[in-house]
Structures are given as C-alpha cells and as structure tokens.
Design a protein around this ligand. Structure first.
Ligand code: ATP
Ligand code: MG
Length: 486
C-alpha cells in the first residue's frame, strides 16, 4: 500500500515537472507540436487532479456591465468570511444601504454545503481582447474561481449554485436602498432624461412592530404578506397572476399611509405612489403601470377622490374659481380641471390584465376614508383581495403606542385610559400626539395624564355634539309635525 502511494506521488511529481518544463519551453516549440504537447499534458493533469474549477467573470460584455451572477456571488461570499481571510475590499455599491465587503485578490474562502467543501477564490486573469470597445479596458479580468472535487459535480450543478445565487440575491435585496416613486406628467416623458417615474430614497421608519392596531389583525396581515411573497409556485399552479390587492380604509389619522410604509419595510418592495390626477387617460395609465417592476407596491391613495363612481375624475372646483384669475393661472387650472378620461373600467382592466401578463410579484394598495362610496366592482374580492379597516385607537393599539413613545409596558393609569378609549373615538394619530413629551422635563406619567385630559375633553365634546344633534332633530321633528297638523 505504501509502495503504491509512493508510486502515485512520484508520478504526480513527474507530471508537475513536465508541466513546468512545457510552460518554460512553450514559446520555443513549433505551434503544432506545442498544441499536441499541451493537449496531452492537460489530459495527464486531469487524470491526477480530481478537482474541477469554474470561473465567474465580473463583466458580461465589453460594455463592462457587471454580471448579475458575479454580484450575487459577491453578496453571498460577503457573509462567509472566516478569520483566515485577512485582506478585504470595501465597495460603495450603487443603491446599497451600506458598504459591501468582498475578499481581496487571491484570497480564498471555504464554504460548507451539505457536508461538502466548496472553495472560492478571487482572482485576476488576462483577458484576450478580441472586440473593440470605447470603454478603457485593462488586460486584467476579475473573476471568482470555484473549486470542488469532481465527484460533487452533480450537487454543484443541481443545487449548490442555485443556493449561492438565490441567497446572494436575497442578501443584495435586503441591503438595497428602497425608493419611493411618483409619476411624472406625460408631457415630461419625452424630455431629456425624461422618465415616467421620479424617485427619492424611501426611508420611512414605520414597521409592523410600531404600528398600533389589534395584534391579532396585525399578525393576520403579516402572515398574508409573507405567504404572498413565497407564493410563486402556488400562483403559477392555480393559474393566477402573482399579485395581491389591499384596500385600507378608515378615518384620517388611523395609520393607512403608515401601514403602506410598514408593508414596504417588511417586504423590501419599492413604493409607486400613483397620483391619478396627473394621468390623462387609460393609455397613459397602462404605460405607467407597465413601467413598474416586480417587487413593487402600487399605491393609489384616496381612491374615492381620484375617481367617482361613473369613472370620471372629480373636478376640484372651489369658491375661488368664481374669482378673477390672471391668464397663466387660469390656463394651468383649466389644464388641471380638464375632464379626465381615466375611467374606472380602465383602471380595473389594467389591474386585471396587465399584471397577468407581467411576471413577478406586485401589490396594489388603495386607501380611502369612505369605503361605502366605492363602486363594488372596484373592490370586489379578486381585485382587492384583502379589506383592512384601520379604526379609532383601541386599548391594544394604545399599548403599542405607549411602548413606542414612552417605553411603558404597564402603568396604573392604563386602566383608566382603556375605559376612556372604549367610551370615545380618538385616532391613533391623536393618541400618539398626546403621548409625545412636550418638553425635556415631562415624564411618562405626565404624558399619560395629558392623554387622559384629551380623552376626557373629546368625550365631553362628543357628548355636547350628540346633545346638540338630538336637539336639532327634535326641533326638526316638531316643525314637521306642526306642518302635518296644519
Ligand atoms: N395605527 C397607527 N400606529 C402608529 N402610528 C400611527 C397610527 N395611525 C396614525 N399614526 C401616526 O399618525 C400619523 C398619521 O397617520 P397616517 O398618515 O398613517 O394616517 P392615514 O390613515 O394615512 O390618514 P389619511 O386618511 O389622512 O391619509 C403617522 O405619522 C403616525 O405617526
Ligand atoms: Mg394617508
């Protein structure tokens, strides 16, 4: 056995010496002979070397666009550094929230997957420049080199690479800066650098944790969203477009917009805030919506103010209109008040049709203060799959706000506040405002007392209002009765 081992070792070192010699004398051999020698040496090396190598180049073409696979590998490996990797590089990657670390040239990382070790190295190799490019090019190409034993080839192609790319993309996505998009008027679409949507970085701090609402309802919404985000196969199986509609309704200040931000933060989706008053007709609407990518939330706020039940947009005419206006202002207002051709059916067609044709997941969220005003066609299940009511602050919602604003889990005043919240309507926005310390010296207890005061005042106000209404009704009834008797 030992003799066999020594023999293989000797053979191995012979091959290594032949390879070395051929590399040294390569340029002195005639071309044909050189090709022959190289082919045989390669075969011999394959016989003795059981390891397979795959390289992943940084750029896909001469335009030096970074390969998606390379970026995914880079993100994946950024979570795998061991103490042995001493030289790292920090990159300021576009659209990324933080710096991305990668290993420096010639560093190596060993990655365990299903008990198998896959070895990654970052290397530079010489490029053969065959194509012309206007971009300055260096002769060196960066790449990742993956090395593994040839007996694991099936695992590598079957599952390991998928795992690396999927994980890498998920890491990049979680590190990505989210954006809030607003639609531009169509006149600007063709101007220089004209795009249909303008964006800003979206950094809303709202999360489901900080959202004040009934915990059971909250959990149900979170589960629904997570199920949706993992539902690619399910939606494909049932033959439905991978989209989900949410209708958020409730009085002003109950957290509809806050919930949209929380959804975006949970799902890591960009928000496309569609302002229908900027959209002239259904064609424009369709173009705008086609221009939204997968993993986005399309939001139409106050849907009842954007379209009326006949599908025509409501005109915003004020008393002011009667006044004299200078010509520029009049022209602009005329433009704004032009009857829109965006119709309810156009909106519904786009919701039903376009996303069925576009791949990828999309959420569409409508908000309204008046759910009863909406056309049932607009909000029927299938279009708006989930109807969520955000309502006045209940005791459970108050506890969330007290924890967020004052760091309180329990307090003797909670019971009184709970009773008052049951007797009067106050929005979470108002409760939150009362819980905010007004000065540095104000402590949690005085904030709670402020809230109690505000709740008692609101209760008193509601009582007076109810009495006035009852009196007005009684007076009206009296007049009606008198008219009848006469
Ligand atoms: N449920 C809630 N949980 C936590 N904070 C809330 C909640 N509701 C309201 N707030 C607070 O009140 C402010 C206003 O809330 P938000 O803009 O979400 O209300 P809205 O329902 O969208 O109102 P509108 O109908 O006028 O658009 C938020 O900035 C937030 O701080
Ligand atoms: Mg809002």
């Amino acid at each position: 056995m030992r003799m066999m081992g020594e023999m293989w070792a000797k053979l191995g070192s012979m091959v290594a010496s032949v390879m070395f010699m051929s590399a040294v004398f390569r340029d002195f051999l005639p071309v044909q002979l050189r090709n022959h020698v190289e082919r045989y040496i390669h075969k011999l090396a394959n016989f003795f070397d059981p390891y397979v190598q795959i390289t992943f180049d940084e750029h896909t073409n001469q335009f030096r666009k970074q390969s998606e696979v390379y970026s995914a590998i880079q993100s994946y490996l950024s979570t795998k550094f061991s103490a042995r990797v001493r030289r790292l590089k920090a990159h300021d990657v576009k659209n990324s929230k933080s710096l991305v670390l990668s290993m420096d040239d010639n560093e190596e990382i060993a990655d365990e997957f299903q008990g198998i070790t896959f070895s990654w190295a970052s290397v530079k190799r010489m490029a053969n420049q065959t194509s012309f490019s206007i971009y300055p090019q260096s002769n060196e190409k960066k790449c990742y080199k993956l090395t593994f034993h040839r007996r694991y080839r099936d695992i590598m192609t079957g599952s390991y690479l998928d795992h690396v790319i999927k994980e890498g993309k998920a890491i990049s996505a979680s590190n990505r800066q989210r954006k809030l998009y607003i639609n531009n008027p169509a006149e600007d679409w063709n101007s220089y650098r004209g795009t249909k949507w303008s964006h800003i970085v979206f950094e809303h701090p709202a999360t489901f944790e900080s959202l004040a609402m009934d915990p059971k309802k909250k959990e149900e919404i979170i589960n629904d969203l997570i199920k949706f985000s993992k539902g690619k196969e399910y939606y494909a199986k049932i033959g439905k477009a991978w989209k989900r509609g949410y209708l958020l309704y409730g009085p002003p200040g109950t957290g509809k917009s806050t919930m949209i931000a929380a959804i975006s933060n949970l799902m890591n989706y960009d928000v496309y805030d569609l302002e229908l008053t900027q959209v002239k007709d259904n064609t424009e609407l369709r173009k705008l919506l086609i221009d939204t990518p997968s993993k986005s939330i399309i939001v139409i706020e106050d849907i009842d103010c954007s379209l009326d039940l006949t599908g025509q947009r409501k005109k915003k005419k004020d008393e002011e209109d009667k006044e004299e206006k200078d010509s520029v202002r009049k022209k602009r207002e005329d433009q704004e008040n032009k009857p829109s051709k965006v119709t309810l059916s156009g909106l519904l067609n786009v919701i039903d049709g376009i996303w069925s044709a576009c791949g990828g997941e999309r959420l569409i969220v409508f908000t309204t203060n008046y759910v009863d005003k909406l056309d049932p066609a607009l909000i029927r299940r299938g279009r708006m799959d989930k109807h969520i009511e955000l309502s006045y602050c209940c005791f459970e919602a108050f506890k969330v706000l007290a924890r967020n604003y004052l760091g309180l889990e329990m307090h003797e005043l909670f019971e009184r506040i709970g009773r008052l919240l049951g007797e009067t309507d106050m929005t979470p926005a108002d409760v939150a405002e009362n819980l905010m310390p007004k000065s540095d010296v104000e402590d949690a207890e005085s904030c709670l007392k402020n809230l109690i005061e505000a709740l008692e005042a609101a209760k008193e106000e509601a009582k007076i209002k109810a009495e006035e209404e009852a009196q007005q009704k009684a007076e009206k009834d009296e007049i009606l009765n008198a008219e009848k008797e006469a």
